[in-house]
Design a protein around this ligand. Sequence first.
Ligand code: TZP
Ligand code: MG
Length: 213
Amino acid sequence: MRPHFDLSLYLVTDRDLSLERPLNEVIGEAIKGGITMVQLREKTASTRQFIGEALEIKSLLKQAKIPLIINDRVDVAMAIDADGVHLGQSDMHWKMARKLLGPDKLIGLSIENEAQIEDANNADIDYIGISPVFTTPTKRDLEHGLGLGGTTQIAKLSRHPSVAIGGINPTNAADVILTGVNGISVVSAICSATDPASAAKELSEIMRTNSIS
Ligand code: TZP
Ligand code: MG
């Protein structure tokens, strides 16, 4: 059976934006603030370092009953028996990932425009990431933000639950939730906060009070 998951407040990590604190410290604080899901996104560490870190974080999240998703790296997800992977449009195809991971793992897929929705709707995946809602310095290879209108449209067309990502912070989180997504995903709003626990708590509270689903 696939793990139960809650997209409400989905933390995506970035070690370079974490103010030189170890990721498990930032995640530990964010758990206190109410995050519901974590994606380890590692672009600079070696594979061995990534695996070591992922194992530590896995045990932290297991205690909190929060699923651990690995960005891109199906091999790392398999090696540490993570709850699933998150794939972008140019990463391994979801079909191949499903074959490798089996039926009991979660697969999330990034959707960057309406044209990609039809394939996603027919895919054996568990959720979509709508990306990016707003342009963000955290991920510079993205052309333009979908905006609230584009996000609403994709969320409406999707048969899978959706989480929005890109430039989300406490100022715009309520508007993003009103697009109909099931959750919000953030990097810098939590990783770069001086107090990740209160940053997560603030977002979690906004999520709870504005949620329509
Ligand atoms: N994918 C689309 S936007 C993004 C990713 C990983 C980065 C979001 O970062 P932030 O700091 O929450 O804007
Ligand atoms: Mg990717």
